[in-house]
Design a binder for this molecule. Sequence first.
Ligand code: G6Q
Length: 505
Amino acid sequence: MTAEAAGVLLDYSKNRITNETLSLLIQLAEGSGLRSRIDAMFRGEKINVTEKRAVLHVALRAPKDASIVVDGENVVPQVHAVLEKMAGFSKSIRTGEWKGHTGKRIRNIVNIGIGGSDLGPVMAYEALRHYRDRSLAFRFVSNVDSTDFAEAVRDLDPAETLFIVSSKTFTTLETMTNAHSARAWSLEALGGDESSIAKHFVAVSTNASEVAKFGIDTANMFGFWDWVGGRYSMDSAIGLSTMIAIGPENFRTMLDGFHQIDEHFRTAPFERNIPVLMGLLAVWYTDFFGAETVAVLPYEQYLKRFPAYLQQLTMESNGKHVTLDGAEIAYPTSPIYWGEPGTNGQHSFYQLIHQGTRLIPCDFIAFGTSLNPLGRHHDILMANVFAQSEALAFGKTSDQVKAEGTPEWLAPQRVFEGNRPSNTILADRLTPEVLGKLIALYEHSVFTQGVIWQINSFDQWGVELGKVLAQRIIPELETAAEPELGHDSSTNALISRYRHLKESA
Ligand code: G6Q
């Protein structure tokens, strides 16, 4: 039970499945219309029905000569035009040709964005640190908590700092609040001269008029399109910080990695299709075993933010309770994804995975070589990843424990029941190309799960209510006069208590 695509191996043999299970799961995929849904996505049909949008992150990595038509227009040339513009800009920063307002070259890049406009860039920056230009410093500000901004810029010289304001809508509360603080911070240090903004701020957005209103010259705006969902956007202009860090060539090889897996997903038969198999296994444990979580465990330090990135990709996509038609769903949908890099997790939460009362399918991710070879480290790391999946699968019986001389009373504590499922994803080494492949595998696994659950993986209505309520509460916290509060008693009391804390501070 292995499958291979574009040099990436999926070993899924340590799962609670037989050949019959597999063929039944594949029948489930076929019966759910997966094939036609894949084709519809790649054709640019508006499969995001609740937002009436096409879902075309695959167009972001399509080769120049491809044609993908949305509303009568081939979008591929637009994608490549933006990539060219990003490459030109990245080069001018990397060579020092782009100067700040005072004539100094840019040495610090601060990406301001949140959610899909942050998690991808942060993850890719960490994942591809090995390939980055070490003469530039990169920071990421996302939280509206002022500490995030304050700590990010604390040691930076405004004359050498470029802000990339990344926001598809350019109206997101957190991002615009941070962007305005950045603007004030920059202007204050640069003598209040508004013309300095053009040298220290660029935007990544679909909303040119809001970008202009903020004071950023739209010549310094990098566009994308409504058919790119936030959590599927790290390979669009949202990846500008990534491109500046690793250079346009590396960025292009990352896109090529994505594209190779797109082609695999689009064309490979389901029984050899890695994202389909990954998606089916997720459905299998979620709906047939009641597993509530999946652990993603990269044995590669550079992938330390990969689980956080996947949390948005998986849970914002498939954490849904109604079908595409609006009918209430009677089966569990997205599991909770979580994880930490190995081997650290082994010394903390793996206890529960091995001996706890819950079933936690695991994805182990590992590489043939380290980017920082050092003595025996990599063999030791790899021995651990193989040992973990072996221990989970085969465990240790009471007889084995006793045969080792463990006293009867202690033996139950030392038994590993085994039969705990895991996948191992193995590739040669973490290059930009391989990172692209890895992300695309999960994107399409999420798609597969969503199709089987008959849900829309591309909207996120569940984030709206809190945003609306926060807008109502903000003036109640800011007003000097005691406000008339009309919430529930708990919320009213918390607001009053906060106002009191604020006054007495
Ligand atoms: C992702 C979501 C969400 C979005 C952020 C930021 O799929 O839509 O995480 O990316 O809310 O939105 P903006 O890019 O519009 O600021």
